[in-house]
Every structure is written in structure tokens, then in C-alpha cells.
Write a protein that binds this ligand. Structure first.
Ligand SMILES: Nc1ncnc2c1ncn2[C@@H]1O[C@H](COP(=O)(O)OP(=O)(O)OP(=O)(O)O)[C@@H](O)[C@H]1O
Length: 441
């Protein structure tokens, strides 16, 4: 681990996961995009979203003249014909809407069921209503969801409907709730559970980034779970598509998860890795790493607070987990891990890749460390268990941390991290003009 972090004196006291995350939720309102269609100075009508979902606009924060990059596998800006479109009447004909199951700042989500002619088995779905007048948000969300469709870690969009007031996004139901609720319930997740979450999240983020999409709102509220505990990334309302080497400059996201370079006004995919690092801190510690009583205070903490990974609750966390955390929360975006590098980190591999047992066992036998092999065998068996399993602070978990820490010594013979990318090799990036994503002044 290459950081010697210290928490700044006078930083606000850590609070419980439920409390701090709830605070965050209420502060979030400060950090959404401003109304992109403010009243006209001449008192004329506001520009509103067109009445029909025909084309999605260019991604906010991206240059209109940007050359399509690797992410543009489909027609840019068009609703894909695979997603059915229609009027609200058709929504009611084809689907039965149930109770509200969640809501965010923009949308209200209801349980929904497809009416199947002939009484066949009904598919459980979710229907998110997005009021019109929210600028490009609904278009962008639909377009990005379609662009990413097919990946098992992305909530599948089934159909889009509209009436005079709203768009309705019918999507697969994630009946396992939010990752946030799991953390609030359990306080802290076991390292094994957290590593499985990180692996699934990074797999979908790697895909998003390869497809040229920056999510910009990674947080436990937007990570949903299926009935069988698989992870699904949701809420693409702030996501944007960018080309290789392109930079964004709109301030967007949820304050506690905002990467420092967003505050500096020039950023790209790595902001999602920072946010995932904050999320990992929440999973392992039950608290947000950067706190404050206002959005400004949180931003100040993001820019200046040095985390202390050596004291307090961190003492019970493996060194490998701390190493990964410091790589994900590296303020230098060019050195910060990519999704792929996170996936290849030994902490993630150890808890999620059973075949490594053999490799580590070999290293173990050539190392003088004293932890018995039986622990490796047990950990190996553990990684076959469900990804949704959780525990916190029990003796079994402590034993695993000892094993992981002992492995740190063993694998230093191999490598802990990929070599840092040379800044000289960075692509020449185009800094875009300020966009309407700027939400804070
Ligand atoms: N596919 C789904 N299956 C089950 N629940 C869902 C689904 N999509 C959303 N929800 C629930 O609805 C809530 C709000 O959804 P979502 O985050 O998409 O709305 P939003 O208005 O865009 O939120 P935000 O305020 O974060 O922008 C989620 O936190 C979740 O509890």
C-alpha cells in the first residue's frame, strides 16, 4: 500500500451507515443537474421535451461534434426497434400496474405485470414513470439502457410508453431490493461478500466503459439485486456516452460519491471507479469516507481529507482490501485503477476465483508464513457459496482476514498491482465547453 493516509483534524465524526446515507439522500437534491430549460427572459414558454420518444439527444456533457468511438455500436440517438414503444393506453392494455416499490428524485417506480393472453405465466416487471419537462433525462436514460442492453449486470429495458405528462419505462424487476438496504441492515459486509459485490459491479462497469458510457451516479442506492442475489446496475439518468480520450466537464452525481476531478471540471470514466471506491468503503466500514454538513463541506473533504487506513475499524480489515481501496480512491485519475485492474486485484481474485486456490497454495508452500493450509481450503470452499451471503465481524471472517493478510506476503513475490500508467502516454484529450450538467456554482 503506498499511501499513508491521515484524517484531517476537525473532520465531522463518522456516523452510522443508515444515518449518513440517509443524510446523503437528502443532500442529493443539491447535486442533480439544474433545470436545462429555464424560463425564457421574455416570459415565453419553456422548451419542453417533444411529445413522442423519437430521438434521444446527444449525451449531455459530450460534444455534439464528437467522433463516435468504440461505444457507438448502435445507431446513436435512436430508440432501438427492439424496445417497444407506445402510448400510455397500450401500457395499460398490456401491463397491470401494481404498488409503488421505489422512488427517486426523478422517477416513481411501480411493480408491473405483463398481461398474458390465455392466462400464461405473468412476468414480474417494474415500471418507472419519469415526468416530462425534465429536459433530456428520460431520453438519455432510455438511449443508454438500450445501448447497454444484453449485459446481465444492466437492468433490461422492455418497453417505453408515454402520455402527455410522463414517460414510462418498463423494465425487469429487481425484487431483491437495493444494495443500500443490505448495508443498512447488516451494518458492514464481510470481505468475501464485499469482494463479490465489487467483482459484479466492476464487471458491469468494465462493460459500460468499453461501450463508451460513464454512469456518473454509482452508489449503493443504484445497485439493485435480483431475487437470487445477482447485482444489476440501475438509474442511468445521469449516464453519458463519450468517445475515446474525450473529457466531460459537467458537475454531476451525488455529493459523497463525486470524484475530485469532477470538482476540477475535467473527467472521464475513472469517476465511476472513485465512486465505487466510496461504495466499497461503505460496504466494509458502514460509513461514508468523505463527510460534511453541506455539499460544499463534503466536496472540501473529497479534495483534502487523507483517509487513515491504519487505525480504528480498519485494523480488522485485510491489508489487501485496504490496498484496493487506496487504489480506487487515488486522487490522481490517471493512476487510479481501471475496472479491469480492480477485477485483477488479488483481494477480488482471492474471494471470487476458486481456481486461484491452487496457485496460492503453491505460493503458500514456498512461503515461510505460518497460517495453516486448512484455512485456504476453507476459503476455497467459501467462494463457492452465494454471492449474497453476508456476515460482519464474526470470528470466521476475522480468520479469513488473517489468511488474506498472510497471502499478501506470499503474493508480493508475484505482484499486487499493475504498473501505473505513464502520464506521458495519456491520450490528448479534448476539453469540452461547459455543459448544462453544471449544477453547482
Ligand atoms: N427495475 C427495478 N426493480 C425494482 N426496483 C426498482 C427498479 N428500478 C428502480 N427501482 C426502485 O426505485 C428507486 C428509484 O429508481 P431510480 O433510482 O431509477 O429513480 P431516479 O428518480 O432516477 O432516482 P435518483 O433520485 O437516484 O435519480 C430505486 O432506488 C429502487 O428502489
Amino acid at each position: 500500500m503506498d499511501s499513508t493516509p491521515r484524517k484531517r483534524k476537525g473532520a465531522p465524526p463518522a456516523c452510522s451507515a443508515a444515518r449518513s446515507l440517509q443524510d446523503l439522500a437528502s443532500r442529493k437534491r443539491f447535486c442533480r443537474e439544474s433545470d436545462p430549460h429555464p424560463p425564457r427572459p421574455d416570459g415565453g414558454p419553456r422548451r419542453t421535451t417533444p411529445a413522442a420518444v423519437m430521438t434521444a439527444p446527444a449525451a449531455s456533457g459530450a460534444s455534439a461534434s464528437a467522433v463516435p468511438g468504440r461505444g457507438h455500436k448502435r445507431k446513436v440517438g435512436c430508440i432501438d426497434s427492439a424496445t417497444r414503444l407506445g402510448r400510455r393506453k397500450r401500457l395499460e392494455t398490456e401491463y397491470e400496474l401494481g404498488d409503488e416499490i421505489g422512488h427517486g428524485k426523478f422517477g416513481r417506480v411501480r411493480a408491473c405485470r405483463a398481461r398474458v393472453p390465455g392466462g400464461g405465466e405473468e412476468e414480474e416487471l417494474a415500471c418507472k414513470a419519469l415526468p416530462k419537462g425534465g429536459g433530456d433525462t428520460a431520453h438519455r436514460e432510455v438511449e443508454v439502457m438500450q445501448h447497454l442492453s444484453g449485459h446481465p449486470g444492466v437492468v433490461t429495458l422492455k418497453a417505453v410508453f408515454e402520455d402527455a405528462d410522463s414517460f414510462y419505462l418498463v423494465m425487469e424487476l429487481c425484487s431483491g431490493g437495493r444494495l443500500l438496504d443490505e448495508v443498512a441492515r447488516d451494518g458492514r459486509l464481510s470481505e468475501r461478500h464485499a469482494a463479490n459485490v465489487v467483482r459484479e459491479l466492476m464487471a458491469v462497469l468494465k462493460y459500460c466503459h468499453e461501450m463508451g458510457v460513464v454512469h456518473r451516479d454509482i452508489k449503493p442506492e443504484n445497485v439493485l439485486l435480483t431475487k437470487d442475489g445477482r447485482l444489476k446496475l440501475a438509474d442511468f439518468g445521469l449516464a453519458v456516452r463519450i468517445s475515446d480520450g474525450q473529457k466531460l466537464n459537467g458537475v454531476a452525481g451525488s455529493p459523497a460519491y463525486v470524484a475530485p476531478e469532477i470538482l476540477l471540471g475535467s473527467y472521464s470514466q475513472k469517476v465511476d471507479i472513485w465512486a465505487a471506491g466510496v461504495l466499497l468503503h461503505v460496504l466494509l466500514m458502514g460509513t461514508l469516507p468523505f463527510q460534511g454538513n453541506s455539499a460544499e463541506a463534503v466536496f472540501d473533504a473529497i479534495k483534502t481529507v487523507e483517509l487513515d487506513f491504519h487505525s480504528g475499524q480498519w485494523a480488522s480489515v485485510s491489508l489487501l482490501a485496504r490496498d484496493l481501496m487506496s487504489q480506487m480512491l487515488n486522487r490522481d485519475a490517471s493512476s487510479r485503477f481501471s475496472a479491469d485492474e480492480v477485477l485483477r486485484h488479488p483481494w477480488v481474485l482471492f474471494y471470487t476465483e476458486c481456481p486461484l486456490k491452487a496457485e496460492f497454495s503453491h505460493l503458500w508452500s514456498t512461503n515461510k508464513a505460518a497460517t495453516p493450509m486448512v484455512h485456504l481450503d476453507r476459503v476455497s470452499l467459501d467462494c463457492e457459496s452465494s454471492a449474497s451471503e453476508s456476515s460482519s465481524g464474526n470470528s470466521e471472517e476475522q480468520d479469513e482476514c488473517v489468511v488474506v493478510d498472510a497471502l499478501t506476503a506470499a503474493i508480493t513475490q508475484v505482484r499486487i498491482s499493475e504498473p501505473k500508467r505513464s502520464r506521458l502516454c495519456s491520450p490528448v484529450n479534448k476539453l469540452l465547453p461547459p455543459s448544462r450538467d453544471a449544477i453547482l456554482t
